[in-house]
Design a protein around this ligand. Structure first.
Ligand code: ADP
Ligand code: MG
Length: 720
């Protein structure tokens, strides 16, 4: 029974060391080597064509056929020059991860390599195997991918990869990228309009994202010896190691050499692909790490994050390592998030969330700062929905996890500023007064330079010149939360602009009109601000008193997409139609159900076929021992007690698994996807998973280590 485990441990110890390519002396020499970006386009396209392309990218416009032909031809030559044989449309279906279908450049008819503009612009992958939540049967059977020129093509292996959106033939979105692009356009329009109240020079506002990726690293042989990791991406059983994260010695400690080699290797690969990987360090839990790139425009940053996860997995293979992005692979240890650092930056180079030394500019900063808080307050449920997936439920809202309450942390100094603004807004401002001084806005730059004011327990925190959306899960596609965030901010900015314009029309001076609306927002959104310990029990109570949502699981969280408020919001900015939202929720719930189903099967299989036989075999040994002792007239009470204890756990596991199987049979007959998802959540996951696990983990402590079939936490988590 324990053979696999010990074989894996043996493999691990006997394996030769992996050779690592040494870090190139100059990153800038290799950076972007495999990217067909603006520079390459400028160099290879006729100036007039290049101008057309860059304008189209900036203004979110369509690229005409002749231009597309020119780009395709240039990209083909560039890629073939670097050894490419194929091209692919690279897209992000709602199943998570990325998808691709490769076509050869070689055209057998003409005997030469070809790549037409039409092939660059649009393709029809066989979409029938991607989830569409019934859209395709309702609308049209085909789906197609369409070029996203705002994210550069790249060479991956021998394939020219073209970032694309994935939509049904009738235009319904089937991926995470197309709604994101729409939301980014919305926030560009709305933010630009608001900026122009201050500065007419601003023509565009770009949203930026820096995604800090947390992950665990496990030896490949040990990973393969854990069917739960292989099948579900997380351990469904396993007793916490004696030395967990209590010592907190891992955080910012020395990186184990095997992992360090892996990191250097994947960083080089990432740089070549233009991914600006920058920071690496250990995380809180043993064998947990983090990588952070430099921030980029949201769409590109998200493509890079998706690509980087793929690069990490591939390079990990080379190092005999498995990279776990799952939100909660190990019970009792920290989960993995993907903190989304986000800001809005104008085409004149101003970060709208960075306070400056000019009081006048700080009114602009406050406008975006306060409007964002107000947006989060208005649509906290949608933000919560946007980070919901089956795995994140174990990281937020579960037993040992922080609550799933959306709140905003802004630090004591910004709190003081907002309090002051709220209060002092009552002061009468006379002609000739320095309004900024009277309102206290002129002090902002001096007082918020203290960067130590941090709160690691907040799901949405202001960190000096950006917001950090920390509730996003480690395995997730940032496209979904970024769509929600940019959209709600766009919407609030529109409302802000409307209100200010109305006040001005009534004769209020512009700056005062702005301050008046901000004061109103500060008051209205106060409840969403929280500076205390977000993981505490008091906060759960306090938040309930304030009427803030605390939706504990994914099936209920995504309901927020279907509220009238959300549907109106989507419609106002042409993000989704009602039908699309329904279809997308359907896809998400189906995927949720599948995940819980798989975990339930893995739990049942491991418990019945691995754990119980092991426990019985060990129990038999104890029984002979007890009989032997009895024969000798020696007290065997301790052994008999252990035998009884094992019996109890075996019984608990058996009946738990049996009932769980019966429940699944019942639930599978429920036709309504919503109700089925709720039932899988409440009556399968919440009812049985912990209970069965508890009994198995207790057995792990009793059964002889030599016999235990599953690789133990301590064996997996302390890589050197
Ligand atoms: P911190 O220590 O505050 O988390 P870091 O410098 O480590 O800050 O940055 C974390 C992430 O935030 C990085 O990916 C970084 O590029 C990104 N970031 C920094 N400034 C911005 C910004 N203005 N907009 C979006 N992301 C940003
Ligand atoms: Mg950070």
């Amino acid at each position: 029974m324990a053979q696999l485990r010990f074989q894996a441990l043996k493999n691990l110890n006997e394996r030769p060391k992996i050779h690592v390519e040494s870090t190139p002396p100059n990153i800038s020499k290799v950076f972007g080597e495999y990217v067909f970006g603006m520079e390459e386009m400028r160099a290879t396209l006729a100036p007039a064509v290049f101008k057309k392309v860059s304008n189209a990218i900036r203004n979110h416009e369509k690229i005409d056929e002749t231009t597309a032909d020119a780009v395709a031809s240039a990209a083909k030559s560039w890629a073939i020059g670097k050894g490419a044989t194929h091209f692919t449309h690279w897209f992000q279906p709602m199943t998570g991860g990325t998808a691709e279908k490769h076509d050869s450049f070689f055209d057998a008819l003409s005997g030469i390599e070809k790549f037409k503009g039409s092939e660059l612009v649009q393709q029809e992958p066989d979409a029938s195997s991607f989830p569409s939540g019934g859209i395709r049967s309702t609308f049209e059977a085909r789906g197609y991918t369409a070029w996203d020129p705002t994210s550069p093509m790249f060479l991956y292996g021998k394939t020219l990869s073209i970032p694309t959106i994935f939509v049904s033939y009738t235009g319904e979105t089937l991926d995470t990228k197309s709604p994101l692009l729409k939301a980014l356009k919305a926030v560009d329009l709305s933010a630009t309009k608001v900026c122009q109240l201050f500065d007419k020079e601003v023509q565009h506002v770009v949203a930026s994202l820096g995604a800090e990726q947390e992950y665990f690293v496990v030896d490949k042989a040990l990973f393969n010896a854990r069917p739960d990791l292989v099948m579900a991406g997380r351990t469904v059983f396993g007793h916490a190691p004696a030395r967990g994260q209590q010592l907190e010695d891992h955080y910012f400690g020395t990186i184990p050499s095997r992992v360090y080699d892996f990191m250097r290797d994947f960083e080089i690969e990432s740089w070549k692909l233009g991914i600006p990987v920058r920071t690496r360090h250990n995380e809180v839990a043993p064998s947990q790490f983090e990588v952070a790139p430099l921030f980029e425009e949201v769409n590109v940053a998200n493509d890079h994050n998706q690509l980087m996860m793929d690069v990490m997995s591939r390079v990990g293979e080379k190092h005999n390592l498995k990279i776990l992005f799952h939100e909660k692979p190990f019970a009792g240890l920290n989960g993995s998030g993907k903190h989304n650092n986000w800001s809005l930056i104008t085409d004149t180079g101003v970060n709208l969330y960075a306070p400056t030394s000019s009081a006048r500019d700080n009114l602009l900063f406050l406008t975006f700062f306060v409007t964002t808080i107000k947006a989060v307050h208005e649509h906290a449920d949608l933000l919560r929905a946007s980070i919901a997936n089956a795995a994140n439920d174990f990281r937020l809202g579960a037993n040992e996890a922080p609550p799933a309450i959306m709140s905003v942390f802004i630090g004591s100094q910004m709190t003081a500023v907002l309090d002051e603004l709220e209060k002092k807004g009552n002061v009468k401002i006379e002609k000739g007064d320095n309004m900024y001084m009277k309102l206290g806005i002129d002090q902002i730059p001096e007082i918020i330079l203290d960067a130590t004011d941090r709160n690691r327990t907040s799901p949405f925190a202001f960190t000096g010149n950006k917001f950090e959306f920390r509730a996003v899960g480690g395995s997730d596609n940032c496209g979904t939360p970024m769509t929600a965030l940019n959209l709600i901010v766009a919407d609030q900015l529109d409302k802000f602009h409307d209100s200010v314009t109305k006040e001005i029309a009534k004769g209020t001076e512009k700056r005062l009109a702005i301050v008046n609306v901000l004061r109103k927002y500060i008051k209205e959104s106060k409840d969403v601000r929280f500076e205390g310990d977000g993981y505490s029990e008091e906060w759960v109570k306090e938040a309930a008193k304030r009427g803030l949502g605390n939706v504990k699981n994914m099936p209920r969280a995504v309901d927020a997409y279907l509220s009238k408020k959300s549907l109106d919001l989507f419609e106002r900015h042409s993000i989704f139609s009602h039908k699309e939202v329904e279809a997308r929720n359907e896809i998400k719930l189906e995927s949720y159900i599948k995940k819980v189903q798989i975990e339930a099967r893995v739990i049942g299989d491991l418990a019945i076929n691995h754990i119980i036989p092991t426990a019985i075999a060990y129990q038999n040994k104890l029984i002979s021992n007890a009989n032997g002792l009895k024969g000798l007239g020696v007290d065997n009470k301790a052994v008999v007690d252990t035998i009884k204890e094992i019996s109890e756990h075996i019984e608990g596991i058996k009946s738990g698994v049996r009932k769980m199987v019966d429940e699944r049979k019942r639930i599978n007959k429920i036709t309504d996807t919503h109700k089925r998802a709720y039932a899988y959540c409440d009556d399968i996951k919440d009812t049985f998973f912990e209970k069965i696990r508890d009994a198995v983990d207790k057995l792990e402590l009793v059964v002889d280590d030599e016999d235990w079939p599953l690789v133990k936490y301590r064996e997996m988590l302390f890589l050197r």
